[in-house]
Design a protein around this ligand. Structure first.
Ligand SMILES: [Mg+2]
Length: 176
């Protein structure tokens, strides 16, 4: 990379972090429900200087369940609820049963693309997800992770109930 990377970001898994996890693929607009406290959390992170970048696995596309257009429509709904705070959306449309992709978490190509595009310093970045594979994707590029939610995943050291609590952790860490 030419020149120093200065920007910082919070990478955000989508389903189970920003919108309700409903136990199956979310692509219908009426099932895409923004979780409580998300607009406020994103505003706090934005005010602290973080880029906000959504990185989401959407293998339902590879499986033929829905289209990229429907994913974009959900993201538009999310942006409207969050006052267009999100800087970029990356989604991995592949699934191992159909097509291999390094975009798909736990691989890190979505994060790598954003790091290059926004000239991010990974050591100043975070990823918030409700699955360990989200955090694994971050670890591959030196980005710290916080697990959220009430899922069955074994809880790592950095755990928060939801994005609001994860935001508290991220903002508190700045002073450490
Ligand atoms: Mg998720």
């Amino acid at each position: 990379m030419d020149g120093p990377a200065r920007e910082k970001a919070v990478f955000l898994d989508r389903d189970g972090v920003l919108n309700h996890e409903i136990g199956h693929y979310v692509w219908r607009l009426d099932e895409f429900v923004v979780a409580q406290g998300v607009p406020e959390s994103l505003a706090r992170l934005k005010a602290a200087g973080y880029r906000l970048i959504v990185v989401t696995n959407q293998a339902g596309i590879a499986k033929g369940l829905y289209t990229a257009q429907e994913v974009h429509a959900c993201h538009q709904k999310l942006q409207q609820a969050c006052h267009h705070a999100i800087d970029a959306f990356y989604f991995a449309s592949g699934h191992p049963s159909v097509s291999e992709s390094l975009m798909r978490k736990p691989d890190s190509l979505m994060l790598e693309k954003a790091i290059a595009r926004f000239r991010l310093d990974p050591s100043q970045c975070w990823i918030v997800g409700d699955r360990l594979r989200d955090l694994q994707a971050g670890a591959k590029v030196g980005v710290r992770g916080i697990l959220v939610g009430e899922g069955d995943e074994p809880r790592p050291e950095l755990y928060a109930a939801d994005l609001s609590a994860a935001t508290d952790l991220i903002l508190a860490s700045r002073t450490m």
